[in-house]
Design a protein around this ligand. Structure first.
Ligand code: SF4
Ligand code: SF4
Length: 255
């Protein structure tokens, strides 16, 4: 199956950003004075049950490769930490004519859009911001049988995915350096830690030097009373919060 595409340069993907960055890209973004938030989601991951992830489930394998283990109460979890450039409205690099003012140094996630960055998900044009005319049948082939048609795009996508795996040890130390130990339940939302650009760079410096500090007791934030009660029954530290800056919810608040 072929998906055809040509960018119309409408600029929609450069607005209301949520760009997942590698550690190196986060350094560059923060170095330009722009905020990079930390977003965390976690999965209960019983050690005796698929400790290495389900070999027949690509999503399970990807989660395993891009997460680190923590204990929440006595329950083993795996936490995926993302470094995310979030920005309401136009990207600070977007020029008035919708060209990128950061073209040479733009993150990989910008270079591969609208390709799917996660290896276990198919790319769905209807889920992308690109207008209908960007998907005309006479346009160049973007993807063939789930594989990017362009070798350079395929290499950038592979590098992005490799960085998501290679960065895990630094991210595991980063949360210890800044003393943050909160996650949301995957599928419910994302715990958010805002951090000033200079503070993030300093913390990444420390984490990359191997600093990590003492392990913190982890807890879960949720805006759903049913989740809070279920986790409390398991004696997991859990906090009921409203969906706001510190918690991006996939659902409305439930009390
Ligand atoms: S860095 Fe460039 S391509 Fe990426 S969102 Fe900003 S303006 Fe768009
Ligand atoms: S939303 Fe799609 S068509 Fe519009 S600028 Fe971004 S990649 Fe191009």
């Amino acid at each position: 199956m072929e998906i055809t595409f040509d960018c119309t340069q409408c600029g929609r993907c450069c607005h209301d950003l949520r760009l997942t960055l590698s550690v190196a890209e986060a350094r560059v973004w923060a170095g330009r004075g722009h905020r990079v938030d930390l977003l965390a989601e976690g999965w209960p991951w019983p050690e005796a049950d698929n400790a290495d992830g389900d070999p027949d489930d690509p999503a399970s394998q990807w989660r395993m490769a891009t997460s680190f283990p923590v204990s929440i109460g006595d329950v083993p979890f795996r936490v995926n930490l993302r470094l995310v450039a979030r920005h309401v409205g136009a990207c600070p690099h977007l020029l008035p004519d919708m060209r990128c003012g950061n073209y040479e140094a733009r993150p990989r996630i910008c270079r591969i859009y609208p390709l799917e960055s996660r290896p276990f998900e198919a790319m769905v044009p209807a889920h992308r911001l690109c207008p209908p005319e960007a998907w005309g049948q006479s346009l160049p082939v973007l993807e063939r049988d789930g594989v990017p048609a362009d070798a350079e795009a395929a290499a950038i996508l592979a590098a992005h995915r490799a960085a998501m795996v290679a960065d895990v040890p630094v991210k595991e130390r980063l949360v210890r350096v800044i003393g943050w130990a909160e996650t949301a339940m995957a599928g419910e939302g994302l715990a958010v830690r805002e951090i000033a650009p200079n503070a993030l760079i300093a913390a990444l410096d420390a984490a990359e030097r191997g600093a990590g500090g003492a392990a913190q007791p982890w807890g879960i934030v949720t805006n759903r009373e049913t989740t809070r009660a279920m986790l409390a029954d398991l004696e997991c530290p859990v906090w009921l919060v409203a969906a706001e800056e510190g918690f991006l919810s996939a659902f409305g608040d439930e009390s």
